[in-house]
Design a protein around this ligand. Structure first.
Ligand SMILES: [Zn+2]
Length: 337
């Protein structure tokens, strides 16, 4: 809603001014992993103390600000440390934005030695190292769950950038993008080998998502989602903390149009609880039978092996098979055993 009313930040400030708070520093996590969190370091002259204030804007009801604002007193020692660090941090204001990143913006304002503004996307730039201590000290007063933001913000210093980037949308053209920019050389080499050996056994596009099974030591599920025209989200359940060889093999398969639809099966059993984890649809994607189990994909991207028979009866009906009806015959054989 567009209107001329005061911003939520002004309303929070008004509330705090009434409590004799003076803003010293603020940190706004804007759409950071989907969260909008406003954090402040305030000075209360009447009491000569510093306080940490934080508000989760996703849940804030501006009519009852007092119920949503969290205020925590800070010890003198810690607040002196922060002030000491801030007063020696002499970088000019700056905007270090990264257009490859969607969301994950951090806006830091300091009202110390004049107003300064430091804005960056996802990772604190190396040249602003002087903000590490003030941020870490302020975050030590926040709920422990908020540490995840701080760890990610410090990714450039910890060398963990890639592990954060690879679980989020990345700016990449699926069909033409230069893969050497986001894949490691070894992933490209091994992924090419996997693709050449036809180990991308299933690949199907559903809406804006590609689902694929890659046969490595075990079958891995790869999901590649076109978030918008420029960004893709690429995920593999092998849990590598970078874009892995399986994802690269699937990328090649997409580019070479080597599609092979999943089997679709319908659950016939009456025991709803057996499959209530996967009942978002009335049919399931499957990549066949291995080691006596029927392998299904759950809608949230988990591989689920399940016994296809119960008391001699088949629990599944095949509604989409391959040209040779491999799954139907495998299921029938199963029943006869
Ligand atoms: Zn993988």
């Amino acid at each position: 809603m567009f209107n001329n009313k005061k911003s939520v930040f002004d309303k929070i400030n008004d509330f705090l001014v009434k409590k004799n708070h003076e803003l010293v520093m603020s940190i706004y996590l804007a759409n950071y992993n989907g969260n909008n969190i406003y954090i402040r370091l305030d000075y209360v002259p009447k009491l000569s103390v510093y306080k940490v204030v934080w508000v989760d804007l996703n849940f804030l009801n501006v009519k009852h600000i007092e119920d949503y604002i969290n205020i925590q007193m800070m010890t003198k020692y810690i607040s002196n440390k922060i002030i000491e660090k801030l007063s020696t941090f002499e970088c000019e204001s700056g905007f270090k934005l990264n257009e490859d990143i969607i969301g994950d913006r951090v806006e830091i304002l300091t009202y110390f030695n004049g107003n300064k503004e430091y804005v960056f996307d996802r990772f604190l730039p190396l040249e602003w190292e002087g903000l590490i201590d003030p941020l870490a000290l302020i975050f030590s007063y926040l709920p422990r769950g908020m540490e995840v933001f701080l760890n990610e913000i410090f990714g450039k210093f910890d060398g963990t950038e890639e592990s954060y980037n690879c679980i989020k949308p990345v700016k990449f053209n699926l069909l033409k993008g230069d893969s050497t920019k986001i894949f490691r050389p070894l992933s490209i080499e091994k992924g090419t080998d996997i693709f050449d050996k036809n180990k991308v056994s299933f690949l199907e596009k559903v809406d804006n998502r590609y689902l694929a099974i890659v046969e490595d030591r075990i079958p891995y599920l790869v999901v590649i989602e076109e978030v918008d025209k420029e960004h893709v989200l690429m995920w593999c359940n092998c849990k590598a903390n970078y874009f892995c060889k399986h994802i690269y093999a699937v990328l090649l398969a997409i580019r070479e149009k080597k599609f092979n639809n999943f089997y679709k099966v319908k659950f016939l059993g009456k025991d709803e609880t057996l499959l209530d984890k996967v009942t978002l649809r009335n049919f399931y994607f499957s990549f066949g039978i291995r080691n006596g189990k029927l392998y299904l994909l759950t809608p949230d991207g988990v591989i689920l092996p399940i016994s296809p028979v119960q008391n001699g009866k088949l629990l599944f009906e095949v509604i989409e098979d391959d040209d040779d009806c491999n799954l139907s015959s495998a299921l029938n054989e199963f029943k006869l055993k």
